[in-house]
Design a protein around this ligand. Structure first.
Ligand code: FES
Length: 494
């Protein structure tokens, strides 16, 4: 069953599906393959803020890229929200899309003057923003000034994807799920052992799986946490809310909190609150284990929204933070017909939609005014400070080769848990299955040799260097690693 098509898209999240839909509308023949199921990667974990209020400050972007480019950045995110609204209307998607206001307020570690600075920068960038004396949507905690952004939006991401899938099928597109792509070349890819040939290949897998030495040095993986609890309907208006992030954090990204409200049923809305990020595989570096992060997030949220009911849902996700804050969308460096969409940052919904617009134009031979700005080949010289800090952090992860291991022997390992142990000079990642058997692997990440760490919350082995993740059976669930952890046999006595 070898397949030939014009465009092969790898990845069934918002990036891949939006690109597929747009190219089909433009008349191209498209086949999309997804390793798992539609939205089963990071897209299904987003809190779906549709914002031109970016999570890196506009005054920071202006400093890096200059005024004219910052205007284009604002314009592109505004256009992405409009594009999503248009797709929702055209395909008649029932995904609770609504326009809402967004409010940005200062984290307690941030300076008052920075809100004014951000106000001026957003105005220069052409956005509709206002300084308000109080945050209109909070009912607890210390109320304070905020920067309001009009015309932001929100939607239910999985319902949106469902609508896109229907649109793609109606236009003659083909989607394969549980279809694993590998050996990606300019001719196509192998998918579940079959040859899929195409003129253009779009890799929309969150972290590019065709990457060898380029993209993973330009972005860094962070884990973020989310909780959701009910509030009685009508108590709060629909809104987006963010603080400006912890200025004293050890992480370059200065993790921030993000909140919004989603329709739940006739009686309740769901308050969705996220934050407490840390670099992937490094939760303990701050002395705050993963389980504690949910508690901290709940305490922060209850302070501002004391009416929130018990926590109904909690989950975590992975965010790729580009060194200069902008996503990487367009031709893969060194390739002419392979495209990537990555570097979602905290604005994945708009970044990926911009990526779909740029790639669709590029394949159709249309000049896109944002293409250079988001080019994966760009060199942004002014990011050196943060870049060096992140590279230092990455290099220090290789030292895990030398540290004492977490476990003395597998006898200490409970069912459903994983850990690392040492055997001579080897580091071994072990997981105890519910039937008491052990899975054992080399703890060396197949990508570039860092030591993976056990993620108790997600029950995965995560690589602290570039964010590859592996299930408890060793299967790769997040690139850039293309291969599974290497299985090894261990003696029970170990
Ligand atoms: Fe690069 Fe593991 S993801 S070394």
């Amino acid at each position: 069953m070898d397949i030939q098509t014009e465009v092969l898209i790898i990845g069934g999240g918002i990036a891949g599906l939006t690109t597929a839909y747009k190219l089909l509308k433009a008349g191209k023949k498209v086949v999309l393959v997804e390793d798992g199921y539609i939205g089963s990667g990071e897209t299904g974990r987003t809190t779906a803020h549709l914002a031109s209020a970016l999570d890196d400050r506009y005054y920071f972007l202006e400093n890096i890229f200059g005024e004219a480019a910052t205007k284009l950045i604002a314009e592109s995110h505004t256009a992405a929200i409009d594009e999503i609204e248009k797709i929702v209307t055209d395909l008649n998607i029932d995904c609770s899309f609504k326009r809402v206001n967004g409010y940005l307020f200062l984290h307690e570690t941030d300076k008052d003057e920075n809100l004014n600075k951000e106000f001026r920068a957003t105005q220069k960038a052409g956005l509709q923003t206002y300084i308000l004396k109080k945050i209109p949507v909070i009912t607890g905690g210390k109320n304070q000034r905020c920067l309001a952004f009009s015309d932001q939006a929100q939607f239910h991401i999985m319902h949106y994807l469902q609508g896109l899938v229907k649109g793609i099928i109606a236009l003659g597109g083909t989607i394969y799920t549980q279809a694993h792509a590998e050996d990606i070349t300019k001719e196509g890819a192998k998918v579940n052992g079959y040859t899929f040939s195409a003129k253009h290949i779009v890799v929309a897998t969150n972290s590019p799986i065709n990457d060898t030495l380029t993209m993973h040095t330009k972005q860094h993986a962070y884990r973020t946490y989310v909780i959701a609890g009910k509030v009685s309907k009508g108590t709060l208006p629909y809104f987006l809310l963010w603080d400006t992030g912890d200025q004293e954090s050890k992480w370059v990204t200065q993790p921030y909190h993000y909140v919004r409200l989603e329709n739940f049923d006739d009686q309740y809305d769901l308050l969705i609150s996220g934050g407490e990020d840390h670099k992937t595989g490094q939760a303990d570096e701050e002395g705050i284990p993963q389980s504690e992060r949910y508690k901290r997030l709940e305490a922060w949220t209850r302070n501002y929204f004391p009416m929130m009911d018990d926590i109904s849902y909690r989950w975590s996700g992975q965010v790729l933070e580009p060194v200069d804050s902008l996503g990487f969308m367009g031709k893969n460096p060194g390739d002419d017909n392979i495209y990537i969409i990555t570097g979602d940052s905290g604005n994945g919904m708009t970044h990926t939609t911009i990526g779909a617009m740029i790639i669709c134009d590029s394949i159709m031979g249309i000049k896109n005014k944002w293409a250079d700005l988001y080019s994966p080949s760009r060199i942004t010289l002014k990011t050196t400070g943060d870049f060096i800090k992140e590279v230092g952090n990455m290099a220090s992860q290789y030292l895990d080769w030398l540290t004492a291991s977490d476990l003395k022997s597998t006898a200490e390992l409970l069912v459903g848990e994983g850990s690392l142990l040492s055997s001579g000079l080897k580091k071994i990642a072990v997981y105890r299955n519910y039937d008491n058997t052990l899975n054992a692997f080399s703890a060396v990440c197949p990508h570039l040799g860092c030591i993976v760490q056990w993620n108790k919350d997600e029950k995965s082995f995560d690589c602290p260097c570039h964010g590859s993740r592996f299930a408890s059976d060793g299967t790769v669930i997040n690139g850039p690693s293309k291969t599974n952890l290497h299985k090894i046999n261990i003696k029970n006595s170990l």
